[in-house]
Design a protein around this ligand. Sequence first.
Ligand SMILES: Nc1ncnc2c1ncn2[C@@H]1O[C@H](COP(=O)(O)OP(=O)(O)O)[C@@H](O)[C@H]1O
Ligand SMILES: [Ca+2]
Length: 470
Amino acid sequence: MERRYMPVVIFLAAITVGIIIMVVISVVQNKPLYQKYKYGIVLDAGSSHTSVFIYEWPAEKENNTGMVQQKHTCNVKGKGISSYSANPQGAGASLQECMNEAKQKIPAHRHPETPVYLGATVLDSVALSLKSYPFSYQGARIISGQEEGAFGWITVNYLSENLRKPTGTLGALDLGGASTQITFVPQQKIESSDNSIDFRLYGNNYHLYTHSFLCYGKDQALKLSMGKKLESTLKTDPIELRDPCFHPGYKVPRTVPDVFNTPCTKELKLANENFLHVGLGNWSQCQQSIRKVFNTSICSYSKCSFNGVFQPSVYGDFGAFSAFFFVMDFLNLTSDSLATTKEKLAAYCSTPWEKIVGNHPKIDQKYLSEYCFSATYILTLLEDGYKFTSNNWKDIRFIKKIGDSDAGWTLGYMLNLTNMIPAEAPDMPLMPYGGYVTFMFFFALLILVLLLLVYLYFHRSTRTAQKDII
Ligand SMILES: Nc1ncnc2c1ncn2[C@@H]1O[C@H](COP(=O)(O)OP(=O)(O)O)[C@@H](O)[C@H]1O
Ligand SMILES: [Ca+2]
């Protein structure tokens, strides 16, 4: 090749090298920092259990939706710290095993900056105990039923990454032992201010309906229902409480205080305190008896759920979690139509108790004996209480987790307290890192091809010129 073209070639080579260096630097420069993680701990002191949830998230992405995930959960042995009111010291000690697990799961250098939140019922001794761990204890709060409902809604929508969109959110249905919550974005106007809560998240406004029914968790509802039966039968039949919500052949001695030892039922004084709880296994009579704990005759609004509480028509898809899931999943009723659910439940409830025990030898008989009641209660709460119908029954998804994280109020609670859900949408990078690398690679390749074409053009025109001369 002509010496006179050498400068061009050197120039092209220099540009090529320059471009490659530029691409490599910009790719390396924008590589996300290695995944530094941050952690948070939330204790859910429920009415029947206490759970410790450990959450983790990539440090530099904490403001993006969907990034916080549940890393570990630990159920405190026994009935949970709410049951230690008589022995507060025991409550703190009962957390030891789970809190030590948390120390193992979270890298030691992160301990001092890891917040610990305690939600729901609280005992001072628990606060003392939590302060003794190397984490950053952020205090305990009794969260209101409204907050419990709203944080459950935030959790399921954060995990489903719905909070980036102004519409298409999931309603939240939480069933505990003591209380139950319903939270969703309604189509109609919210007529009572107590039931309205507003959020501005990622630049979207959400106007939520929420209500928490204390005493309508499944354990308290059982006491309400048995209390009503006792009032009407024990005066005439002081020995036996014949209960259609329990299996035929089920026969357990109980005492009247067993049923009335709760603020949810008014005291009932009977001469005879002992009675036999006898199962009949009649599903339709069971449903009739459960309907009696819902008062649907009073309503001073355009529409109500029950007990005079305003509720707009349910709308959209719902995630039903906690005991909604435990019960319906155990009975394999999570994906049936309403009609089929009722048929299956009628058959299950009429199954003799010894057959039920034989089929589930490992299940705690306290839980096992109550599934017929609990499932019938769930059906009555959703259909007669919240007014779900056979048409929108399929819109209810019974869920335990979304991804690796449990559906429940604790994640929403932590996200709120750590301000990890910004009111305005954080700036998103033009493209994800992977797309950026691909773009830079093809950009460099294009430049190289262009340079090659220029070189070949010069080379060819040189050859043509030489031929003309010859
Ligand atoms: N594996 C299970 N099977 C059946 N019921 C369960 C299971 N685990 C928990 N539950 C029940 O689910 C409910 C959980 O409620 P919890 O969150 O402790 O109460 P609350 O939310 O009212 O404080 C309780 O009624 C408990 O008995
Ligand atoms: Ca709960």
